[in-house]
Ligand binder design. Structure first.
Ligand SMILES: [Zn+2]
Length: 215
């Protein structure tokens, strides 16, 4: 757990927390950085000033986006673009992108704090983790989408543009299998032991197994 990830040169000047680079758009509140919470002002500035959300610097010839299926449905991703090397670092450092996290936090660390930007479209608290793909685009394709009903309010980066390359970052987290099975058993009126126990010969007492599995 203490293995240090190599930090991109661009991020060398960024503060770190637990050995990990704090992204430029991470919320700083109450004297500490809150990983996973976006500072709305910084998020908006990164979009408007065309800065990388991780290192805060300007883009070069390629911009990367981390895109979820839900982003494609609404036409934008709420999170600003990144340098390819900054995304590569994030994929290893961020539990949601690395696949380590299977669920969004039920209560985000930023809950109740002012100046927090939504990282998605509506609340994802407690939901299974989404799939993410990495998109490579040119700076000329990078456009900011604004809210048509609230001009001046930035929604995020437009995802309706030519993409040079797409690569999966992580798959969506599957449903909680134990919970699904429990619900299915309940719905079917089956006992807990049915799926796991060896087949009993006809006439064998069933209760013994049921009791054993219920412990
Ligand atoms: Zn960067």
């Amino acid at each position: 757990m203490t293995t240090q990830l190599p930090v991109p040169t661009r991020c060398a000047g960024r503060p770190t927390l637990g050995g990990l680079v704090v992204p430029w758009i991470t919320l700083h509140a109450g004297g500490r950085y809150l990983f996973g919470a976006l500072d709305k002002d910084r998020r908006d500035r990164a979009l408007a000033e065309r800065r990388c959300q991780v290192c805060g610097q300007s883009f070069d010839e390629r911009i990367c986006l981390a895109v979820r299926p839900a982003d494609i449905r609404v036409g934008y991703t709420a999170e600003p673009g990144m340098h390819p090397e900054c995304l590569a670092y994030s994929v290893r450092a961020c539990p949601m992108l690395s696949g380590e996290a299977t669920r969004y936090r039920a209560t985000p660390a930023s809950s109740g704090l002012p100046g927090v930007a939504e990282a998605g479209h509506g609340s994802r608290a407690g939901c299974p983790a989404d799939a993410f793909d990495a998109w490579w685009i040119t700076p000329s394709s990078y456009r900011v989408k604004t809210d048509p009903e609230h001009p001046g309010q930035l929604l995020g980066a437009d995802v309706d543009m030519p993409v040079l390359r797409k690569r999966p970052i992580r798959p969506a987290a599957g449903p909680d299998l134990d919970s699904m099975l429990a619900l299915a058993r309940q719905a079917l009126g089956l006992e807990d032991s049915t799926a796991n126990c060896p087949r009993q010969p006809d006439g064998a007492p069933q209760l013994r197994n049921t009791a054993k599995e219920d412990d």
